[in-house]
Each structure stands twice: as C-alpha cells, then as structure tokens.
Design a protein around this ligand. Structure first.
Ligand SMILES: Cc1cc2nc3c(=O)[nH]c(=O)nc-3n(C[C@H](O)[C@H](O)[C@H](O)COP(=O)(O)O)c2cc1C
Length: 123
C-alpha cells in the first residue's frame, strides 16, 4: 500500500532561487532512492507539496519536513493510503509562482487549495 500526503506551509524567510534549486536537487536525489514522487508548488510565501510513495518512506520524510525550519505552520490537507499513485510521472515536479489562470486543471485546483487557506487560519 502506498501513502499520499498533501500539505501546505508558510515560508519562514524568502528563499532565493538558488536555495530552492538546492532544496529540489537534494529532495529529488533522496526521493529517487526511497521511491517517493510528487509535486512542490511555491507561491505567495507558501508551499503546497504532494508526497506519494511507500508508506514508511512517506511517513519518515514528512516527519523530517515538519522539522524543517525553512517553513512553518504545516497544515495537512489530505493523508490517505492508496493502491496507485495519482501522479506517477512527477519526480518532485516544481512550480514556482504558477499562474492561477493556468489551463492545467490539476494545477489550478491545487493553487486554489493553497490560496484558500487564509494565513490567519493556519494552525
Ligand atoms: C517545502 C519543503 C519540501 C521538502 N521536500 C523534500 C522532499 O520531497 N524530499 C526530501 O528528501 N527532502 C525534502 N525537504 C527537505 C527535508 O525537510 C530535509 O531537509 C531533508 O529530508 C534532509 O534530511 P536529512 O537531515 O536526513 O539530510 C523539503 C523541505 C521543505 C522546506
């Protein structure tokens, strides 16, 4: 059984493009080893990330991500066991400041999901 987790968070300090690139480089390398795939969106000082993979790998990774000081106020949007990956081809795909009017319906709904959580409501 696979695990799929979707969370949002708020960026602690603005991340430079180089800092994001390094984060992604390390994340993709580690995720490839543990068979984790997904998507990371960075927009308006927020992140939304989807993590999919073997249960133990995703749980261990999310525990590390929760402790990461580069972001805070993590909010678990969805957490499920699943037989199939929803996004098998996303090797931690990355979208920086995506256009909310994009024609990509999946991306559009994720941006909406991310932005509909008011900052003052984030636990
Ligand atoms: C928004 C965000 C997303 C992250 N996504 C991943 C990821 O998909 N995979 C990963 O290995 N690390 C990711 N990290 C980094 C982890 O929090 C952590 O720094 C990393 O797993 C290194 O762990 P280590 O101490 O075992 O080297 C992410 C960090 C942030 C802030």
């Amino acid at each position: 059984m696979l695990r799929q987790i979707v969370y949002t968070s708020l960026v602690t300090c603005p991340l430079t493009p180089a800092a994001i690139e390094l984060l992604l480089l390390k994340a993709r390398r580690a995720n490839a080893l543990s068979d984790v795939t997904g998507l990371l969106i960075h927009s308006n000082s927020r992140f939304l990330q989807i993590l999919e993979g073997p249960n133990d790998a995703v749980v261990a990774l999310y525990a590390k991500i929760e402790e990461d000081k580069r972001h805070h106020s993590l909010r678990l949007i969805d957490d499920r066991h699943t037989a199939f990956r929803a996004y098998p081809d996303w090797q931690m795909a990355f979208e920086d400041n995506p256009n909310p009017n994009t024609n990509d319906v999946v991306l559009k709904s994720l941006i909406r999901m991310m932005n509909h959580i008011p900052i003052d409501k984030v636990a």
